[in-house]
Design a protein around this ligand. Structure first.
Ligand code: AMP
Length: 218
């Protein structure tokens, strides 16, 4: 399975990615994670990427394409992969197609998790995260037993700066500007699978698996 996962912030992409990589035994390749790791380790790549990331801008295509190509050459990715956060602008999608073609591969599918923006705003602005262990709660749909305190480790629950409503709206606007052309690109190449991300985690997962089965074995 050579997959690309698309979806706005709050669509449940991370949760579905975790389930998919277990099911298909493929590595989860997230460009955001790789770039954050490079910054943490103070590598040259990290130094190049940091100023763009801090400003909320995209890291230049040639940098990102380079790290993805290198990652896809590693042995654990030869039997399949799940790309998350890449491609973003269309030239990255074209570069990915070219790279795969040169290596005798192709994408199996591009899964786009769709959620109404109003639901995303409610999901993200109500989200609270444990500052110690990272467990995720929601003020309405997943309350901690004791308000403000993590059930798992008793850490303090925080409202991330980028989960405040105005910032959420901005993140969604940036996402839709970046990825609408990408969705069109994959629709035209016949790879796009649209999944309704407004249902429960298990229902969304079942829909993804069903769509992938139909694709692989119609
Ligand atoms: P993410 O965790 O996917 O939201 O990515 C965090 C940040 O990393 C983004 O805001 C960009 O600055 C950078 N980034 C991640 N993936 C890409 C990409 N495919 N192209 C350009 N920049 C990226």
């Amino acid at each position: 399975m050579n997959l690309v996962l698309l979806g706005p912030p709050g669509a449940g992409k991370g949760t579905q990615a975790e389930k998919l990589i277990k099911e298909f035994q493929i590595p989860h390749i997230s460009t955001g994670d790789m770039l954050r790791e490079a910054i943490k380790n103070r590598t040259e790549l990290g130094a190049q990427a940091e100023k763009y990331m801090t400003a909320g801008e995209l890291v230049p295509d040639e940098v990102v394409i380079g790290i993805v190509a290198e990652r896809l050459m590693q042995s654990d990715a030869t039997g399949g992969f799940l790309l998350d956060g890449f491609p973003r602008p269309v030239p990255q999608a074209r570069a990915l197609d070219q790279f795969l073609q040169e290596n005798g591969k192709a994408l199996t599918a591009v899964v786009n998790i769709e959620v109404d923006p109003q639901i995303l705003i409610a999901r993200l602005s109500g989200r609270r995260v444990c500052g110690t262990c990272g467990a995720v709660y929601h003020v309405e749909t997943k309350q901690a037993k004791e308000p403000g305190i993590c059930d798992l480790c008793q850490g303090e629950l925080i409202h991330r700066a980028d989960d405040h409503e105005e910032t959420v709206k901005n993140r969604l606007a940036v996402y839709s500007e970046q990825t609408e052309p990408l969705i069109q690109y994959y629709r035209e190449s016949g790879l796009l699978l649209q999944v309704n991300g407004e249902k429960s985690i298990d229902e969304v997962y079942r829909e993804i698996i069903q769509e992938l089965r139909n694709r692989v074995d119609p």
